[in-house]
Design a protein around this ligand. Structure first.
Ligand SMILES: NC(=O)c1ccc[n+]([C@@H]2O[C@H](COP(=O)([O-])OP(=O)(O)OC[C@H]3O[C@@H](n4cnc5c(N)ncnc54)[C@H](O)[C@@H]3O)[C@@H](O)[C@H]2O)c1
Length: 374
C-alpha cells in the first residue's frame, strides 16, 4: 500500500516538525457517512487502492461530457483499456459516447454518490473536469461558486481519503490584470477578476495544500484556450477561436466577440490531452511543482483570420465586441511561460498556428462534406 505508507510517512514528518507546544496532531480531512466534515487521525484505515495493485490505473473523469472529457477518455482508454476509464457527468451522454465505454451519472456536489463510485469501481486516478467556465460563470456566480469550489472540496476529500492521484486543470484565467501578461510565469501575482479565475486559484492552492499537508498526489496544468474540431466549447472567453472555423466553413463569414488585437495563449486539443496524460504519468520526482503552465501558441483574432484566409481568401470577419468577454480577455495572459513544464517533465507541443488551422479545416471540411452527402 504505497499510498498509505506515503501518507503515514508524511504524517510522521509533519508530527516531528510540530512544535512541542504545538497542539495540532496531523489529521487527514475525510468525512463521515453522514457527510459532516470532520478530521480523522492519520492512523485511520483508508481504502487506499494503489496503482500497483492493478495492471493499469482505474480512472474516473468528472464533467466528462464537455469539450475535453470525451477526447481524454478516448486517449486514456487506448492506453489503459476501455473498461479502466469511466466517464461521468450530470448530462445524458449521446449514443456514440454511451456505447464507447463505461459511463456513469455523477454530480460532484453529491459527496456520498461520488464516494460510492470511487469505492465500488476501485478508482485510483481522478481527473476532475467538472466546472463552469469563465463567461458562463459570470452569468451565474452562485452556481459557479458551488460547482467550482464546493464541488472541488468534495473531490479533494475523496481523493485524500482514498489515496487517489488527482488531476485538476487550471487555466490562463487564474491570472488577472495585475499579473505579468507577456509572458506570464508559473509563480507570480494571481488576482483574477472572475469567479472562474478565483475558483481555479482556490483549486491550485487547496490541491497544493493537501499535497503538502496530507501527501495527496495532486497534479495540475494551467491550460490555455483549447481548440477542438469534434467537440464544442462550454462557454469560455476563447470560444471564438473554435466558432470561427465552423462559421467560416458554413457561411464564409464570422462575427467575432473580441477585439481583433486580443492576444491569448491557445492550444490544439491533441496537445492538451497528451500533456494531461504525460503529467499524470510523470514520475513524482520529476515534478518540482504541482501546478504548471503549458502553452503552444499565442495569437489574436486578426492573426487567426489571416491564417484562415490563406486557404479561404473570401472569409469575411466582422467585430461585435461582447464587453464581458472583452474585459476578461484584457485581464488574461497574452503569452504563457511554460519553461518549467518543458524542463521538468519534457513538455513539448506539436501544433503551431499553421498546423492548427490546417488540421481544423481538414477535419471540419470532411465533416461538412459528409453532412451534405447524407
Ligand atoms: N476548454 C478550455 O478551453 C479550457 C481551458 C482551460 C481550462 N479548462 C478546464 O478544463 C476542464 C474541462 O473543460 P471543458 O472545456 O471540457 O468544460 P465544459 O464546460 O465543456 O464541460 C464541463 C462539464 O462539467 C459538467 N458539470 C457541470 N456541473 C456539474 C456537476 N455538478 N457535477 C458533474 N459535472 C458537472 C457539465 O455538464 C459539463 O459537461 C474544466 O475544469 C475547465 O475549467 C478548459
Amino acid at each position: 500500500m504505497p499510498v498509505f505508507r506515503n501518507l503515514t510517512k508524511v504524517a510522521k514528518q509533519a508530527l516531528l516538525s510540530t512544535p512541542v507546544c504545538g497542539c495540532q496532531p496531523l489529521t487527514v480531512a475525510v468525512r463521515t457517512i453522514s457527510f459532516s466534515p470532520r478530521q480523522v487521525t492519520s492512523d485511520a484505515s483508508f481504502h487506499s487502492v494503489s496503482f500497483s495493485e492493478t495492471d493499469h490505473p482505474k480512472v474516473l473523469i468528472t464533467g466528462g461530457l464537455g469539450q475535453l472529457g470525451v477526447g481524454l477518455a478516448k486517449l486514456l482508454r487506448k492506453r489503459f483499456g476501455k473498461n479502466n476509464v469511466i466517464l461521468s457527468d450530470i448530462r445524458k451522454p449521446p449514443n456514440n459516447v454511451f456505447h464507447s465505454g463505461p459511463f456513469i451519472y455523477s454530480d460532484i456536489l453529491d459527496y456520498k454518490n461520488l464516494r460510492e463510485i470511487v469505492v465500488n469501481n476501485r478508482i485510483t486516478w481522478l481527473v476532475h473536469y467538472s466546472a463552469l467556465l469563465s463567461a458562463v460563470g459570470e452569468a451565474n456566480v452562485a452556481l459557479a461558486r458551488s460547482v467550482n469550489i464546493t464541488g472541488l472540496h468534495n473531490i479533494l476529500d475523496i481523493a485524500a481519503e482514498h489515496g487517489l492521484r488527482l488531476f485538476v486543470p487550471s487555466t490562463i484565467g487564474a491570472f488577472g490584470p495585475s499579473s505579468p501578461r507577456n509572458p506570464t510565469p508559473d509563480v507570480c501575482v494571481q488576482r483574477p477578476r472572475t469567479i472562474y479565475g478565483v475558483s481555479k486559484v482556490h483549486a491550485e492552492l487547496m490541491g497544493e495544500y493537501y499535497h503538502h499537508r496530507y501527501g495527496l498526489d495532486f497534479r495540475c496544468l494551467r491550460y490555455p484556450g483549447i481548440i477542438s474540431a469534434d467537440s464544442m466549447p462550454g462557454g469560455g472567453t476563447t470560444d471564438y477561436a473554435v466558432q470561427i472555423f465552423h462559421d467560416a466553413i458554413k457561411t464564409g463569414k464570422f462575427e467575432c466577440n473580441l477585439r481583433p488585437d486580443s492576444r491569448l495563449p491557445m492550444m490544439y486539443i491533441d496537445d492538451c490531452l497528451r500533456a494531461t496524460l504525460e503529467v499524470l504519468e510523470a514520475p513524482a520526482d520529476t515534478l518540482s511543482m504541482r501546478t504548471y503552465n503549458i502553452n503552444a501558441m499565442s495569437f489574436t483574432p486578426e492573426e487567426l483570420a489571416q491564417e484562415l484566409r490563406k486557404q479561404m481568401p473570401e472569409l469575411e470577419v466582422t467585430y461585435n465586441i461582447d464587453p464581458v468577454r472583452q474585459a476578461i480577455a484584457d485581464s488574461w495572459p497574452m503569452d504563457f511561460d511554460d519553461s518549467n513544464a518543458r524542463n521538468d517533465w519534457g513538455w513539448k507541443h506539436d501544433y503551431d498556428l499553421p498546423e492548427l488551422v490546417q488540421t481544423m479545416l481538414n477535419y471540419l471540411g470532411v465533416e461538412t462534406c459528409m453532412a451534405h452527402a447524407n
